[in-house]
Design a protein around this ligand. Structure first.
Ligand SMILES: Cc1cc2nc3c(=O)[nH]c(=O)nc-3n(C[C@H](O)[C@H](O)[C@H](O)COP(=O)(O)O)c2cc1C
Length: 635
């Protein structure tokens, strides 16, 4: 018993964040007296002996901005600052931002140039008249995508509003494009950040933030209310709920060009309520074979249970997962080792492999301008994962280091394809599987796609399977006036929200003597007998006049390709009259490319049939968006 106790208490103390304690910072801190230094704006701030905390606020929807904030927080600590990443939804702005403090903002833009859900309150607070921010020091990095009309609108808006409220700029504004160079833009922007901040604040060395301790306690249950500071995605995961999967079936006629799965969840049993066309977040799990392979590589047993312990109270580090937890669950639910390789990961791996100079130099080379092409090939053509990189280079690391290296798993968002009025107890989504053909002839299946394929197999074997999900508001809502006409443009899986709309109309029409409006649908795919998802259901809606006009574009069924844009062009006069008389709400759902070109076409139609200038047509479109007569959900 004693030996057992001894063994149990010999815990694996491994500093997860191994930040070198730079003694020169400590010395300089001790020797320096409070002094005044100048900021960019020329204002003077007082650097006291006590620590000045730097909060790295993030506005995120899918986790990238949270990841960047975490990275900055880790780097800040490495440079000796007291940094914490902070979810904007959890801030008492008046208390936090009115005092002499430093705030670095990582702000993503979502929807149609909208703030992310967790930043909405903050953005509206920042627009209140005359906040007292004159002692608050700030800088902003925006995350956006140039394919969207309102590129980085929220990054820019945050920056401008802080400036307008007289906050003090401590570093330049920066922004990145998720369509191409986001990580490089970020790296480029933050190049001088810490040096500039060192001019303003005295850094103080920080140690590791938490340790991993072997435990003989019971594993934690995710459905308990868990206290503690967690990473953004982990917090979301813990708030989500398990939902039973009813069925997974193929929606395509054949799978020559890919695969689209219909997934139905039972919400009734869990007492979850949803609304038509909301978004469903799915938390995918890593597969068991891979988990075992990784555990073996790390020299871990899947059943070993670990507790995470905070090293310093003041550190306020965010925990990557709740504990006590088994190695199996840590690997299964929290570590994204299949996602896109980031340069930040290479830098961290290089530190871990510092003793093997060849490997270290190779990893660092990949982060440089000379190594850029090779790195891009690894990312784009080979889709190399973190674990593959570790294995191929035979890098020795332990579980704690692996946890520190991997980002958290982000939820995958789907637009719900069912109506809560027709099926209050069942939610349906359509998932077009992500399968990449690699340069070596093999394929890589996306994490969530693989997860659903595995569940499909388990269901076939009679297993009962639950998936962790949450529900989010979306911009797609039927007009308040039920007699308003709507035009639905949804090629591919963009059809999803319109299935719910049509189910709802079916019920509405049952109680109406005469129709007062029109439902017009534009759908497109490659082949009428290939990837025409929901074909029978849609044809039946058409036959029973739930859809009044149904236009289809099968791009590859004839020599000349046809897309939904071509069909809209063909009906342009009718479309113009509907728009000009405020008769319709237009919904566009699907790829960003398609959405942009439909919007461009609407502008051309407005110019052609009226005497408006391009500027006037653009204004009209903006007004339509403001009044919710034109609503888009693009990805
Ligand atoms: C549904 C959706 C809407 C988006 N809307 C915009 C937009 O209007 N403007 C923009 O610059 N980027 C837009 N983006 C791109 C995101 O800002 C970008 O991918 C960012 O890296 C996401 O950060 P996050 O993972 O922290 O949420 C959008 C992305 C999605 C998925």
């Amino acid at each position: 018993m004693e030996i057992q106790y001894l063994l149990a208490s010999i815990f694996l103390v491994v500093g997860i964040l191994i930040y070198s304690l730079k003694s020169k910072f400590e010395k300089s801190r001790q020797n320096q007296k409070p002094q005044e230094v100048k900021t960019d704006s020329g204002k003077k701030i007082n650097c006291q002996e006590q620590l000045i905390p730097i909060s790295i606020y993030f506005g995120t929807q899918q986790g990238t901005a949270a990841r960047f904030a975490k990275q900055l927080s880790e780097e800040g600590k490495e440079h000796g600052f007291l940094t914490t990443e902070v979810d904007l939804n959890e801030v008492e702005f008046d208390k936090e931002m009115t005092k002499g403090k430093f705030g670095i903002f990582c702000m993503a833009t979502h929807g149609e140039g909208d703030p992310t859900d967790n930043a909405k309150k903050f953005i509206s607070w920042l627009q209140e008249p005359q906040l007292s921010l004159k002692d608050f020091n700030f800088t902003v990095f925006g995350l956006g995508n140039r394919q969207y009309e309102h590129y980085n609108k929220i990054g820019k808006l945050t920056n401008n509003l802080l400036e307008k409220q007289n906050a003090i700029r401590c570093y330049k504004y920066g922004e990145g494009d998720a369509n191409s160079t986001l990580e490089d833009d970020f790296i480029d922007w933050k190049k001088d950040l810490w040096n500039v901040l060192k001019e303003l604040i005295h850094p103080t060395p920080q140690g590791s933030t938490f340790k991993l301790v072997k435990s003989n306690k019971e594993e934690i249950n995710f459905d308990q209310t868990l206290q503690g500071q967690f990473d953004f995605q982990t917090k979301q995961f813990l708030k989500a709920k398990y939902c039973q999967v009813v069925s997974i079936t193929q929606l395509r006629q054949n799978q020559q060009d890919g695969s689209t799965l219909q997934i139905i969840f039972d919400t009734g049993r869990e007492g979850i309520e949803y609304k038509t066309a909301m978004n469903l977040g799915v938390y995918p799990e890593n597969n068991d074979e891979q988990i075992l392979e990784i555990a073996n590589y790390l020299g871990e047993n899947l059943n070993t249970i670990y507790t995470l312990e905070q090293l310093e109270e003041t550190n306020k580090a965010k925990m990557p997962f709740p504990s006590p937890l088994s190695v199996k669950k840590i690997l299964k639910h929290f570590l994204d080792f299949n996602g896109q390789l980031m340069k930040n990961t290479l830098t961290k791996l290089a530190k871990i492999s510092s003793e093997d100079e060849k490997v270290r130099n190779y990893l660092l080379h990949l982060t440089t301008e000379e190594g850029k092409k090779e790195f891009q090939q690894m990312v784009d053509e080979q889709k190399t994962t973190i674990f593959q990189l570790i294995q191929r280079n035979n890098i020795k690391l332990n579980l704690a280091q692996f946890i520190e290296l991997c980002p958290r798993i982000s939820p995958r968002l789907f637009t719900i394809a069912s109506s809560n009025i027709k099926s209050p107890q069942q939610v349906e989504i359509a998932d077009s599987l992500l399968i990449d053909d690699l340069s070596d002839g093999t394929q890589k299946i996306g994490l969530c796609s693989q997860y659903f394929l595995n569940i499909q197999q388990r269901l076939l074997q009679g297993e009962s399977v639950k998936v962790r999900v949450d529900f989010r508001e979306s911009s797609f809502k039927l007009p308040d006036d039920p007699n308003k006409s709507i035009i639905m443009i949804g090629p591919g899986t963009g059809i999803a929200p319109f299935i719910g709309f049509l189910q709802e109309r079916e019920i509405f029409l049952q109680n109406q003597a005469q129709k007062q409006n029109e439902y017009i649908l534009y759908f497109g795919c490659k082949h009428e007998n290939g990837d025409f998802i929901y074909k029978d259901q849609l044809r039946e809606f058409q036959r029973r006049k739930i859809i009044d006009k149904f236009y289809t574009a099968f791009s590859r069924d004839q020599e000349k390709k046809i897309y939904v844009q071509d069909l809209l062009k063909h009906n342009s006069e009718e479309l113009f009259n509907q728009i000009i008389n405020d008769k319709v709400v237009i919904y566009i759902c699907g790829s960003t490319n398609m959405g942009n070109s439909v919007q461009h076409l609407i502008k051309e139609i407005l110019i052609k049939y009226s005497n408006w200038s391009e500027h006037e047509a653009e204004e009209r479109i903006q007004n339509m968006q403001k009044q919710k007569f034109l609503i888009k959900e693009l990805w």
